[in-house]
Design a protein around this ligand. Sequence first.
Ligand SMILES: Cc1cc2nc3c(=O)[nH]c(=O)nc-3n(C[C@H](O)[C@H](O)[C@H](O)COP(=O)(O)OP(=O)(O)OC[C@H]3O[C@@H](n4cnc5c(N)ncnc54)[C@H](O)[C@@H]3O)c2cc1C
Length: 433
Amino acid sequence: MPTDYDVVVVGGGLAGASLGAALARTGIRVLIVEREAQFRDRVRGEALQPWGAAEARELGFYRPLIEACAQETRWWTTPEENRDLIETTPSRLGFLNFYHPEMQQHLLDQAVQADVELRRPTEVVTVIPGNPPTIKLRENGSEQQITARLVVGADGRNSKMRGWGGFRVSRDPQCLTISGILYGDLPLPEDAIQFVLDPGAQRLSIIIPIGGNRFRAYLCFRHDSRAPLTGTKDHSAFLDLSVATGAAPEWLENAQAIGPLASFDGADNWVDFPYREGIVLIGDAAAASDPSFGSGLSLTLRDVRVLRDHILREQDWHTAAQRYAQEHDRYYASLHRIHTWFRDLWFGVGAEADEMRARALPRIAEIRAGFRISSPRAPMPHMMKLRGGACLAVISGIFGREPAWSKDIGCDIKRDPALGSGAADRPRTMNSG
Ligand SMILES: Cc1cc2nc3c(=O)[nH]c(=O)nc-3n(C[C@H](O)[C@H](O)[C@H](O)COP(=O)(O)OP(=O)(O)OC[C@H]3O[C@@H](n4cnc5c(N)ncnc54)[C@H](O)[C@@H]3O)c2cc1C
């Protein structure tokens, strides 16, 4: 049956804009509907992990993002070491960092250049699943109805597409709160992420350079330990807690906020098998992973690349979307499992958690001499003081499991005696000389 478009994408964020551009470049007729007239700072992800940067490269966005608004960030700095990510990751890439609204706008521009039709500010008010699915839009007070072969829900962590599509949403119990703020001009290098974890206090602090002397600072803590930090009234509490967690006081003593302080619930929420009757979900709409572990952008770009590949491979898009949904279930489950281990190990409370840490931390320290994960597409959660493979291998041992995750995510862990400690002889801050 003829439809108005091949693909209608609901939402023009990272997921929607990058998928729209990737499909339109191959001649597919795409409409993106975005309700915001202009993107603003909503305190969203700005540090794309090396495995996500590899997905951006495969999608053809890596260099254009650097030319437009992103920066490569080579160093992962903890109190113990400076890890050279380019030397020690399977993708040989560092983090790709950016100011989120600039990244969104750039990708939407790329989509339009690739011949995507963009309607903005326009809101999708409902989608009716079917063959073909129908989309109702509201623009300038009037409503319109259109059809497409496939509707892509890329409408973020509070997705309404899930409800319209009849998807069942699963949620983890609430455990962590993440608070974030943007600072200008901190006395820190612009090519290093500063990460400090205090498992004793169940808190972590991370400061991410995003270019132009801007730094996104996050603080993660157990949600039952205190109220969320929001607005100017909580600025000094944010600074005090960051320093109490281990951020150096001199980093933050003259910190000037240049964006809002906002807090978010850290629990994952997701749908199983994100495809039904002409509606496919990607990005946070498919699975919003706990932002405390900083994988959402990477997961989103993996969704985009996997869905694009299946659509380009299959004549029948019903089959393509089903294959994507199957694959999504597998890689998201692996990532979710790894995040759960980190959450339990770093943020668990009580005697059992203390005992686990007492066993784990010395063992992690013992094997920091070097493991390597060899896989071009291995998710590499960055919440670790050690090399990815080492930390994950130890954790899988502690939890008494086979490292099945390594098969799920296609990794091959090898002990690599050639790898040193990874600690480079490098100052921790610009001031420390
Ligand atoms: C505090 C915080 C920190 C984070 N930090 C990191 C990090 O360091 N690293 C990392 O990898 N990830 C991080 N993330 C996660 C990351 O931000 C998300 O995974 C990513 O932004 C998801 O992109 P998306 O396109 O799926 O959703 P979104 O970016 O939310 O985009 C959805 C778009 O859909 C539009 N929309 C919604 N409904 C409609 C509608 N009905 N009609 C039309 N348009 C609509 C919205 O306006 C929006 O533009 C963080 C998240 C949070 C909350």
